[in-house]
Design a protein around this ligand. Sequence first.
Ligand code: SAH
Ligand code: TYD
Ligand code: ZN
Length: 409
Amino acid sequence: MEPKETTCRICGGEVREFFDFGRQPLSDSFPSEDELDKEFFFRLRIGMCASCTMVQLLEEVPRDRMFRADYPYYSSGSRRMREHFAATARHLLDTELTGPDPFCVEIGSNDGVMLRVIKDAGVRHLGVEPSGGVAERSRTNGVQVLTAFFEEATAREIADEHGRAQVIYAANTICHIPYLESVFRGVDALLSPDGVFVFEDPYLGDIVERNTFDQIYDEHFYLFTARSVQTAARRFGFDLVDVERLPVHGGEVRYTLARVGGRRPSPRVDDLITTETKCGLGEFATLETFGDRIRQVCKDLVARLRELHDLGFYVVGYGATAKSATVINYAGIGPDLMPCIYDTTPAKVGRYLPGSHIPIRSADELGRPYPDYAVLFAWNHMEEVQAREAEFTAQGGRWILYVPEFRIA
Ligand code: SAH
Ligand code: TYD
Ligand code: ZN
């Protein structure tokens, strides 16, 4: 018998599993034809700590396998996300980076989508980005970046060379880092005494409410709530002083942390924690019910795809997202049911989806010929995708969604 419980990465308490997706490949690793038999697999299981309520994966994938020179996710690939990060940069410039010669550090700066706006404002900045390819892309945009994993040692080196930062910012990255203790020690070493550590990540409240279970994959080691972030922050000498719900990626929360006693917390923090308690987010039973919905929706999706296939319809996928790995591999969808998937990312085109080996084609070829149905795996970019692919629906094509449940749009 394998143990069902494991040790919490935050507090050492017991993590109780609520869902097992089984054997899964790396989500952001799209093998080429000659790499198809060399894929890395791990067991994707998720649970909640009975002591601190932190939701986390039970197995950790080595970071160098995920964040490599050829990491294929480019943040600038979506117009909406470019606008979101430009607005974020302007907000930080207006509120926190206002003193003499301010310094802003971004953890997981990717292709520089946020920092290029900070750079254009003439403000000192540094990205910390371990994936060489995306880091190089940001350099070509004039952004300063260190190709490294952020952890205590990296932070100390940055502080020695550049001095303290008024803002340390991260989007869709802190939830990727199991070793948060080292990250917080690093933030402590690098952040100016009254500086802020701001990060935004997919929100467990939205994931459970909207059944967006495919946000669970290798890179998303933690699924945060205001309560679990506040508890973790306090262990590491920080306080959660503000929260803001964000509409991007299906629902995220932006957490603002400051040193304990440094800033008065906004009432929004307690309000969100109260809402979480009312929704039962810290209760195991809520997550078990969520698990039941995951099983149901995957069953429905496969059954409906099989039905459409047997009726002779041509059904493809759209958006070779990291998220798609979870749903496609757990549901067991292969090239027989879905002969190909379309995507706009040059680094993904011509390769295959991990695990299922569904071939990836350029979105520019969607109309050759137009399929009858397309399953939208990039559901978080629905408006942008529908606008880009207006001709598909004009030709009679229909979008299929699987969150919060199976629906033909
Ligand atoms: N901030 C961007 C990128 C998110 S993808 C956005 O929101 O779109 C996550 C990024 O974090 C990847 O580029 C990955 O290489 C980087 N990353 C992963 N672990 C990291 C670590 N320990 N320190 C810094 N960056 C990390
Ligand atoms: P995204 O949902 O942002 O992230 P993740 O991989 O973390 O789940 O990925 C969106 C993917 O969809 C990306 O590979 C680019 C692609 N895409 C299109 O193919 N067409 C579009 O119009 C847009 C906006 C994105
Ligand atoms: Zn814990």
